[in-house]
Ligand binder design. Structure first.
Ligand code: NAP
Length: 259
């Protein structure tokens, strides 16, 4: 089904994992996508793989001017900016008392700051072009679920959820929807190393009622739905796609592997 036929989209963190799966699903649904990422090699490979309706652009989402320029480039290339997906993000695993200020700042700058720039400049462009669109922020179950050694990540993702709500409140009157997706455990380059450790894998799968990770493609399908008119009354909410892990706790990443 061509749910997004003719739409112009931007996806950040699009060279890998969840961002790449969202970009792929958007293209399959008929959209054109500007893929933004810092990883030049992965970006080249992804844009070549996704074909004529994909354009790669090296973008550091922690730099406001780069995000603004990327969104404008998508608007100019596709004729309109209809969908923005703010996906680039990462965490830092360290006990709170050992977490450096530098690490804290790096996580906030990309995982929360990058989302802010995408929402701000995505909305400004949609207002300027006189055609509203949809902004999707990639959150995490960790916005709601504290994790040992994950203070910086959890705080950033909780910030993303509140930003989604504030933006929906301010922009809804202009027809712009702002929504979020909170993935649970998804096997991507970000999590692969942890999941290769059998004890860690068992800890993670132990909190998922469905006993399996979520496939990145499932996040792509959720994003297509949220970006489409089928979701026209969904605004300000962040939808968990987590196999039910929020019904339990989060794995004890620091103490769970001891003794
Ligand atoms: P991933 O495979 O590591 O992909 C993230 C991409 O973003 C990488 O290509 C990375 O480049 C890029 N990136 C890093 N910093 C950037 C920056 N400053 N500007 C632009 N791009 C940048 O990670 P993922 O698992 O797909 O995660 C994507 C999002 O989903 C993140 O926000 C993450 O927090 C969230 N999430 C993931 C999971 C999960 O289980 N995987 C669960 C919940 C939420 P490099 O390769 O150079 O680092």
């Amino acid at each position: 089904m061509d749910l997004l036929k003719g739409k112009g989209a931007v996806v950040t963190g699009a060279a890998s994992g969840i961002g790449k799966a969202i970009a792929t699903a958007f293209i399959e649904a008929g959209a054109s996508v500007l893929l933004c990422d810092l990883n030049a090699k992965a970006l080249d490979d992804a844009s070549a793989e996704l074909g004529d309706r994909a354009i790669g652009r090296i973008t550091d989402v922690s730099d406001e001017s780069q995000v603004e320029a990327a969104l404008r480039a998508a608007h100019d290339a596709f004729g309109s900016l209809d969908i923005v997906v703010n996906c680039a993000g990462f965490g830092a695993i360290a006990p709170l008392t050992e977490l450096t200020g530098e690490k804290w700042k790096a996580v906030q700058a990309v995982t929360l700051g990058g989302v802010f720039y995408g929402v701000k400049h995505g909305a400004r462009l949609m207002i300027e072009q006189g055609r509203p669109g949809v902004i999707i922020n990639i959150s995490s179950v960790n916005a709601r679920q504290p994790g040992e050694g994950q203070a910086a990540y959890c705080a950033a993702k909780a910030g993303v959820d509140m930003l989604t709500r504030c933006a929906a409140l301010e922009l809804g009157g202009r027809g712009i929807r702002v929504v979020g997706i909170a993935p649970g455990l998804v096997e991507t380059p970000l999590t692969r190393k942890e999941l290769e450790n059998p004890a860690m894998r068992e800890l993670f799968l132990g909190v998922i009622p469905m006993k399996r990770p979520v496939a990145a493609e499932e996040i792509g399908h959720a994003a297509v739905f949220l970006a489409s008119d089928h979701a026209r009354s969904i605004n300000g909410d962040t939808i968990a796609v987590d196999g039910g892990s929020l019904t339990r706790g989060y794995p004890a990443l620091l103490t769970g592997l001891k003794g």
